[in-house]
Design a protein around this ligand. Structure first.
Ligand SMILES: *[C@@H]1O[C@H](CO)[C@@H](O)[C@H](O)[C@H]1NC(C)=O
Ligand SMILES: *[C@@H]1O[C@H](CO)[C@@H](O)[C@H](O)[C@H]1NC(C)=O
Ligand SMILES: [Fe+2]
Length: 423
């Protein structure tokens, strides 16, 4: 009996070593930040996002007395333009947020560095606007949190030369403890104040308490996205265009049935897509529709049933999701079957939050699943031209960024798919 057990253990150990000599790391603890209960006069938690053609929204937090102005210009210390924005704040039981400012700057030149200062004081920051044409490069990371692994992921993203960051939901993992939204804001500021961060909501953003607190109070106050600019009536879904890419940011936690405002908005938004102007069409949302990990099985089914036909008819090239704390890439797929006119679905929920990895998979691996692995990391999507893009997944191996999956993807706009079945 004992011998059998030992043999089994040896065989298991041996086969693991053969299959993969990479030892999967355990989760890391939440980072310890010095306690700083109140934002001070100095602007903090600065982040920027795209806000319509040639404009960007700057968001920052101060205490109550500061003005909502951003001064900016193309050389250091010389601000020849100023934008005035608005501010908001919220209460969450005993917690009272600082003053959350949003100001839209522009028109800005493409592919240019701007120097800026928030609230008429504080340190000078700099950002780079995205290019007007290909090539353009996206960093993609979901389910970030603020653990030691998050730090590692952010460090690797900093080293990759990206124009825009896409975040498919689950940002701070504050989970009702509102000051964690502040520490998250400070953790990401070095990256998020320099390149636009385009985010959509995950379940950790909801923070709803029935009868006491509505959902998304903190998320909506702090992470205002260009919904108004894209004809949406909710901060939970919107779209934007950058270089030759149309990107739809959907809400897994907003209504999505055929009669919902989100569905109607999506239909209208897709009807305006012109594949000559934007040959690439991407969609980003939190809960995956194609997931062969045991975690969160079936959670995306209802949304998929309602919305996949719309995305398919529009010939969406690529879908980015989070939620599952692992990496998975599919072949082109639609309605559960391989389909050359369907989208490639990528789960990139492995940003490094404190909950750790989801490492149990379903066997056999579904036909549509091409690559899956439970490791922390981030993705890079480099669109070279109207037809070719290079996707790579970089895992955090002992804090080194190691490229572990890569593939060339061609746009459906140059395939027979778009021409045969125009929307
Ligand atoms: C985060 O990462 C940076 C760069 O790798 C390192 O210098 C810093 O000590 C890390 N911070 C924490 C709190 O672990
Ligand atoms: C687009 O880029 C790919 C990969 O570099 C190249 O093979 C292809 O010829 C390019 N197409 C055009 C139209 O420039
Ligand atoms: Fe999630």
């Amino acid at each position: 009996m004992e011998l059998k057990l030992i043999l089994t253990v040896l065989v298991v150990l041996f086969s693991t070593v053969i299959a993969d000599d990479y030892v999967r790391p355990p989760p890391r603890k939440t980072l310890h930040f010095p306690w700083d209960p109140k934002p001070t006069l100095n602007p903090q938690q600065v982040h920027v996002s795209l806000a319509g053609k040639k404009h960007m929204r700057v968001t920052w937090i101060t205490d109550k007395s500061a003005p909502s102005t951003v001064e900016y210009g193309k050389s250091r210390g010389r601000y020849d333009a100023v934008a005035k924005g608005e501010s908001t704040s919220y209460r969450y039981f005993l917690y009272k947020s600082g003053k959350i400012h949003h100001a839209v700057i522009g028109p800005l030149e493409d592919n240019s560095v701007y120097f800026y200062r928030c609230g008429g004081k504080g340190p000078e920051l700099q950002l780079k606007t995205p290019p007007a044409r290909f090539p353009i490069s996206f960093a993609v990371a979901g389910d970030l949190g603020q653990s030691g692994w998050t730090n590692s992921t952010l460090d690797h993203i900093k080293q990759c030369n990206h124009d825009v960051l896409l975040l498919p939901g689950d940002l701070s993992y504050a989970d009702y403890l509102q000051h964690h939204w502040d520490t998250f804001g400070r953790l990401v500021q070095p990256l998020a104040s320099a390149r636009p961060w385009m985010v959509t909501q995950g379940n950790h953003e909801i923070e709803k308490i029935p009868l006491l607190k509505e959902g998304f109070v903190s998320y909506n106050a702090r992470w205002e996205m260009p919904s108004e600019e894209s004809g949406s009536s909710s901060n939970l879904y919107y779209s934007f265009e950058v270089a030759g890419v149309h990107i739809i940011m959907l809400g897994s936690y907003a209504d999505y049935d055929v009669y919902s405002p989100q569905y109607q908005w999506l239909k209208g938004d897709l009807s305006k897509v012109n594949r000559k102007r934007t040959p690439w069409l991407l969609a980003v949302f939190h809960v995956p529709w194609y997931n062969s990990n045991k975690a969160h099985q079936g959670e995306g089914d209802d949304m998929m049933k309602a919305m996949e036909p719309l995305l398919y008819a529009a010939r969406v090239d690529l879908v980015f999701n989070g939620h599952v704390h692992a990496y998975e890439r599919t072949k082109r797929v639609y309605n559960g079957k391989l389909d050359g006119c369907g989208a490639v679905h990528i789960i990139i929920g492995d940003g490094g939050n404190r909950e750790g990895l989801s490492s149990k998979y379903i066997y056999p691996q579904p036909k549509w699943s091409e690559f899956r692995e439970a490791s922390f990391g981030h993705g890079q999507f480099k669109i070279v031209n109207s037809s070719h893009a290079f996707w790579s997944w970089h895992k955090n191996q002992n804090d080194e960024s190691v490229k572990s999956d890569e593939i060339w993807i061609t746009s459906l706009s140059n395939s027979g798919c778009v021409n045969h079945r125009p929307i």
